[in-house]
Design a protein around this ligand. Sequence first.
Ligand SMILES: [Mn+2]
Length: 417
Amino acid sequence: MTRVIHTGDTHVGYQQYNVPDRRDDFLGAFRQVVRDAIADDADAVVHAGDLFHDRRPALADIMGTLSVLEELSEADIPFLAVVGNHEAKRDAQWLDLYESLGLATRLGDEPTVIGDTAFYGLDFVPRSQRDDLDYDFAPHDADSAALVTHGLFQPFDYGDWDAAEILTESSVTFDALLLGDNHDPGKQQVEDAWVTYCGSTERASASEREDRGYNIVTFDDEVRITRRGLDTREFVFVDVDLGPEEGVERVRSRVGQHDLEEAVVIVSISGDGDPVTPASVESFALDQGALVARVTDHREITAEERETEISFADPDDAVTERVRDLGLSEAAHDIDETIRASKVADANVKDEVERHVRELLSDDSAALAADAEAAASDSASDTDATASASGDDTDGAPVNEADGTDSESQASVEEFL
Ligand SMILES: [Mn+2]
């Protein structure tokens, strides 16, 4: 029997809301997972990517992570990991640094056997490069096998990479896929294997409302997956649906019903009523001891936009839907994914798009490359403009504004390609 903790999407170094306490929270959650593993005497901690929020973590984040890994190492518990999309560097990875210090094992196509289970790894692979994957893994003679990887997989929501395909095409029969990238935990049975997301360990976005935690995965005659919660930063979600003639007093009274001490307070206003200045609600929450307060007034939109919003829980989904309707080429979709979706950290977007465009160009004939080179000098400025526009989108710009911006940048990207 082998019993491991499956965690991921730790996002160390993320200074959410620009508050230093939040940066500490992300590292603190990682420390909790590791201390649980030690207290439980787990056979290993398996990390499914996005240990760091950014490919350029600060020295404090690198050192903090080092100290957590040292605790684990002193308890003789291996740390097995893959590289996620947020932290991926071009050549050597942060994980290689920890591996060189004897604090981590970077999983790959050779088995790492813990107890009677063989663990393999596949780092995040951009969509444009997935067709080249052969899923060729070295054989093992353990009783069970698991693949640890990072990406958005079908059959889970937003999946763009098919878990069934990996399971059928791999040279090794896996009993489980231990996944990272989707911050919502979940498990499903696919092709006689368990496919599971562990979820993030701190809320990396206000859309992550459910309690955070990690998986405990036991490999025996069968695979068993259970969850354990983490004691994370308190988030207070207040959804206020205002009636006619209701206003800021009503919002404040609803917010005031909660214990806000040291909490992140997320207020969402809908319905009718009087105008509400977000700052007046935010300062009220801060006076009540909140660490951070954010107010979104969903009434500041026209009826037409409201129609769009009603059909999507998240504005990002609405944009994704519209982009799909544009009927872009696969290459344009890949670039759009890089620029707009949250899969690549904002700081990495420009590099990633440049790399991608270079790749596309190297695939084409020299003549086309020459044409494109001229266009590329134009597109360099487009890339900047689009990247900063996408930053605004993720901060919650109204749906139609986001869509308009993206349509424009899409048009220029498509023209170029
Ligand atoms: Mn992540």
